[in-house]
Design a protein around this ligand. Structure first.
Ligand code: ADP
Ligand code: MG
Length: 497
């Protein structure tokens, strides 16, 4: 049991240990990861290739060196043997030097129980004991050692014909070692450069292959912004991308179709509701004309019916307007108009429709706006002002001031701002983002005007403003009430639109 449960525990520990690095890895972008993988691959490859190259080269060079050391030693031992046979009392160091004059190796001869070296730099104690006993037993052998920090190879040759003498030669491998060090350094540097190159290639390759993705992301942003006609350009060269492009475009097609179908549905419904509503309204008018004949209870019921029917009519009209704007059926007819004049006229026109007891607001036009021309749809602008003034009347006790002044620069173009202020309770911060949503009615609607509102007024305002290329906003009025602002682009005379 214990044996079988051990691996999962180990795996669990491994997984736990890897969790941190894995999370960091996953948090890196796709591009960074591809780059990292390329660099890592290049590193592995250069390690493998470099290791192989180093191993085979050093193997070959060292083997070669040892082989030539052996054959040189064999011939030197022969020379020494012949010389001592001819002249048994000869001075051994001289003989040794003579025998090694070409190779430059240091050598030692153990002869008649004494060891003589070719120079003072070497002695028999430099030759490992194991090698000495091998050679003493009559077997030629080699061994590599480190002498004074430098690698050496010792070759031992037994000379049985010379009363069991032993010949040792020590060859310095320092040069070879240096060569191998240089080679290793070159391979490491080469590996680093390859890794770096791998990273660069990965970066370029991932950039190239991710380029279509950034096109997709740009298109998605445009679509989210409401630009439903955006499509990806079909690339014919790459079959993988062609598939992506096609499915993306098909998805947007279907989305667009669906949005249009929904918008058309709302528009059709409101359109269809209009004629029965007209019949109802006409019938109601007839009934109202005869209301004095009814009992007080029936009269009250008729009043309630009338109020609801008018609200219903209004809702259908607004719904029709908003859904037409959704389907793109609302056309915008822009014409150049004097900014100040436009504001004054629209306030004047809307003020007439305000409930009784609501005074028209003071209109203030910044003198800087004199002769400023707006390129605007007048009818639409009037609808905006009518809605804002009506809201101010319903929820803020009536607009106190309508001000028009220069606005901030937007996309390098000048703007003007029209503000409608009241001294009512204002709009709570929490509601400010939502009051422009369709059918959203805020706290204020519960207090007053509940029967007339539909929750579509500000949604229509923002729709109209958007069609005019402007921005709508809500803030606190200086006097504490609500201040609705409309920012509209001002076009220079020379370049209308
Ligand atoms: N001037 C204002 N002062 C306070 N609240 C306002 C004002 N104008 C609008 N609101 C709030 O915004 C909500 C949405 O307005 P709107 O879209 O015109 O719908 P409705 O007027 O039919 O309720 C209102 O219900 C109200 O709560
Ligand atoms: Mg309203």
């Amino acid at each position: 049991m214990a044996a079988t449960s051990a691996p999962p525990a180990r795996f669990r520990r491994l997984r736990r240990a890897l969790r941190g690095p894995l999370e960091v890895w996953e948090r890196l972008g796709l591009r960074a990861r591809v780059t990292g993988l390329f660099a890592f691959g290049a590193l592995l490859l250069s390690l493998l290739m470099g290791g192989l190259a180093f191993y085979s080269t050093s193997h070959f060079l060292v083997g070669d060196q040892i082989n030539s050391a052996i054959s040189e030693s064999v011939s030197a031992a022969g020379t020494v043997e012949n010389a001592l046979k001819a002249q048994p009392g000869a001075f051994v160091p001289t003989l040794l030097n003579h025998a090694n004059s070409t190779s430059g190796a240091n050598s030692i001869l153990v002869y008649r129980g004494t060891a003589s070296g070719s120079s003072f730099a070497v002695s028999l104690s430099d030759v490992p004991d194991a090698l000495q006993s091998l050679v003493l037993s009559g077997t030629p052998a080699t061994q590599t050692i480190v002498l004074n920090g430098s690698p050496q190879v010792v070759v031992g040759i037994p000379i049985p014909a010379l009363r069991n003498a032993q010949y040792f030669a020590i060859y310095d491998l320092g040069d070879l070692d240096h060569t191998l060090h240089v080679l290793a350094l070159a391979l490491v540097l080469g590996g680093l450069v390859t890794t770096l190159l791998g990273g660069v290639v990965g970066r370029i390759a991932s950039g190239r292959s991710l380029r279509p993705l950034s096109a997709v992301s740009r298109a998605a942003v445009a679509i989210a912004r409401g630009d439903l006609d955006t499509r990806l350009r079909a690339t014919t060269e790459d079959p993988d991308l062609a598939g992506l492009t096609q499915s993306f475009n098909t998805m947007v097609d279907q989305l667009q179709e669906r949005i249009e179908r929904d918008a058309r549905f709302a528009s059709d419904v409101s359109h269809e509701l209009r004629s029965p509503l007209t019949t109802l309204a006409n019938t109601l008018n007839v009934l109202e004309a005869h209301s004095h004949e009814f009992t007080p209870r029936a009269q009250r019921a008729l009043e309630l019916l009338g109020a609801d029917l008018r609200r219903f009519e209004r809702m259908v009209a607004e719904l029709l307007e908003i859904s037409r704007s959704d389907t793109g059926a609302l056309d915008v007819s822009l014409e150049p108009v004097d900014a100040g004049e436009l504001v004054r006229q629209s306030v004047h026109a809307s003020a007439r429709a305000l409930p009784e007891g609501i005074a028209p607001p003071e209109v203030w036009i910044d003198p800087l706006l004199d002769n400023v021309i707006l390129n605007v749809d007048k009818r639409r602008f009037e609808r905006i002002m009518a809605n804002l003034l009506e809201n101010a009347a319903l929820y803020g006790g009536g607009a106190t001031r309508v001000a028009a002044e220069n606005g901030p620069m937007r996309h390098g173009r000048p703007t003007m701002v029209i503000a409608v202020e009241d001294e009512g309770p204002g709009v709570p911060l929490a509601e400010r983002r939502r009051i422009f949503d369709r059918f959203y009615r805020g706290q204020a609607s519960g207090r007053r005007g509940a029967s007339t509102g539909t929750g579509l007024g500000l949604a229509l305002v923002s729709e109209h403003v958007r069609l005019l290329g402007g921005l709508v906003g809500i803030e606190d009025a200086p006097g504490g009430g609500a201040r609705f602002t409309i920012e509209l682009p001002v076009f220079d005379d020379e370049e209308p639109e």
